[in-house]
Design a protein around this ligand. Structure first.
Ligand code: K1U
Ligand code: ZN
Length: 175
């Protein structure tokens, strides 16, 4: 078994982040078995609490989450995740994104969700979540649909973040 690799993360406005990912099928099993350790290694190294395959240029409906990597790791692998129920009640959380480094904004989404998915062993599961886990699940599933957290903001806030990010990336490239 080869060691997990840290993969380069795509940075907005890369057009690959705006594409809808395709469902994982049985034919993808060998690829996702290789990819899952790489996604966790990349997420932990960033560091982040979630990562979706499209963020590393792989257009598959696959994401990983670990909300507490430093205290007690609780890794979650989501293959073909789908929100099957969402509360009418909304909640606002500050969100960040590894594809928009150093950019944060308050995002309002359903406060509670139920997500159906397949785990890394191929077992069908459901997860009911609230708080940060609910926000993170919705954020990662959005990535699979080519949606970024800034798409939930007003055009004014979105453009402000994109301009700030472009400036920071230019400065980084020049340094
Ligand atoms: O999908 C991603 O881009 C990862 C993103 C997930 C996320 C964060 C906050 C709300 C919803 C979804 C991140 O992990 S951004 C980095 C971050 O939040 C963090 C980094 C280190 C420690 C704790 C949090
Ligand atoms: Zn993100």
């Amino acid at each position: 078994m080869s060691e997990a690799k840290i993969l380069p993360i795509l940075i907005a406005p890369d057009r690959r982040l705006k594409q809808r990912a395709r469902p994982v099928t049985e034919a993808d099993r060998a690829e996702i078995e290789r990819l899952i350790p790489d996604l966790f290694a990349t997420m932990y190294a960033a560091p982040g609490i979630g990562l979706a395959a499209p963020q590393v240029g792989i257009g598959l409906r696959l994401a990983v989450i670990d909300l507490r990597p430093e205290e007690r790791p609780a890794p979650i692998v989501l293959v073909n995740p789908k929100v099957v129920a969402a509360s009418a009640e909304l909640a606002t959380h500050e969100e960040g994104c590894l594809s928009l480094p150093n950019q944060y904004a308050d995002v309002t989404r359903p406060a509670r969700v139920k997500v159906a998915y397949t785990d890394e062993k191929g077992h069908e599961r459901t997860l009911e979540a609230e708080g940060l886990l609910a926000a993170c699940l919705q954020h990662e599933i959005d990535h699979l649909d080519g949606i970024l957290f800034i798409d939930h903001l007003s055009p004014l806030k979105r453009n402000m973040i994109l301009r700030r990010l472009a400036k920071e990336q230019r400065l980084k490239a020049a340094s």
